[in-house]
Design a protein around this ligand. Structure first.
Ligand code: SF4
Length: 300
């Protein structure tokens, strides 16, 4: 007796494409995007969150860097951090020192911990020809104190990237970028709600790969991919099992190996919520697109 099909060719096509992007530690998708038009620039960023709208508004490609995962042997990176330090900074250094991040014109290091702050300094020493910025965040959430500080911080990035491209970034460009990222957030929210309601239709091993694709694809292309996946997943009923519904929490910036997600699912669990890839869901709800864009991003 044949086993029931669990994926349509369209779902399979999308997932295989995402998996190829996920496994490519040479970031060929970024190289191809840059090669498609002269003068294009790509800016990497570490987890958990940076305002990607500013990079996009500069006409640059934001590229999420999440270390080398379980596919990269860390050799040189171990010389820069103590061996008990988490893997993401050591494997990111390994990516940099082995030339895998050469397609990036700059890197943003958000203030998530001392390790990443120190990595921004290491990066400045190692890659003197690249743009590097440590992105500080406020500890105070009042608009007049922390909000003001954060707007100024974003303004620094805006000024820097404007210089890098040779023209200031306008409010209209920023608002247009907020529009496409609002759509990205809305689609991911829809995908997460769909998975929570019918996890057999959108396994987390697929959802995770879809989110990872958003780290290297232009956001417009990622939005199309998310729409295509949702349509393809809804078009076909997959077998429903009597699995346990679980929530996986606590990964923060270090990402789980894909095999771990698959193992949890194969062990009889439906992952109905997670905190992977927080950059895609850090802001909740629509960011207004008709005001001062940095003010609106700071309040979101
Ligand atoms: S926040 Fe991330 S980079 Fe920093 S110590 Fe934790 S796992 Fe490592």
């Amino acid at each position: 007796m044949s086993t029931p099909a669990t994926q349509t060719p369209e779902v399979l096509r999308i997932v295989e494409r995402c998996e190829a992007l996920f496994e490519d530690l040479h970031f060929n998708a970024v190289k191809q995007w840059k090669a498609a038009a002269p003068g294009r620039k790509a800016i990497g960023y570490m987890p958990v969150y940076v305002p990607r709208e500013i990079i996009h508004a500069a006409g640059m490609l934001p590229v999420g860097i999440l270390g080398g995962g379980d596919q990269l042997e860390v050799i040189q990176g171990d010389a820069y951090y103590q061996s008990y330090i988490c893997r993401i900074p050591r494997s990111t250094i390994e990516l940099g020192l082995t030339g895998r991040l050469d397609s990036l014109d700059g890197m943003l290091f958000p203030s998530i911990c001392d390790v990443i702050r120190n990595l921004s300094g290491v990066w400045q020493l190692l890659f003197k020809d690249k743009y590097v910025r440590y992105v500080d965040v406020p500890q105070n959430y009042q608009d007049s104190i922390g909000g003001k500080f954060y707007v100024e911080e974003m303004q620094h990035i805006r000024d820097d990237l404007g210089k890098l491209r040779g023209a200031p970034i306008t409010d209209a460009e920023l608002n247009a970028s907020i529009v496409v990222y609002n759509e990205n957030r809305r689609l991911i929210e829809e995908l997460y709600a769909y998975r929570a309601a019918q996890p057999w239709q959108a396994p987390t091993s697929e959802v995770y790969l879809l989110l990872r694709a958003g780290m290297v694809l232009p956001v417009e292309e990622h939005n199309t991919l998310l729409r295509e996946y949702l349509a393809a997943a809804r078009a076909f009923e997959r077998p429903r099992r009597d699995n346990a519904r679980v929530v996986v929490n606590g990964s923060f910036c270090e990402q789980p190996p894909l095999a771990l997600i698959k193992s949890v699912e194969m062990a009889g669990c439906y992952i109905v919520d997670d905190d992977f890839m927080l950059v895609t869901r850090w802001l909740q709800g629509e960011v207004p697109t008709d005001g001062d864009p940095l003010q609106e991003l700071s309040k979101a």
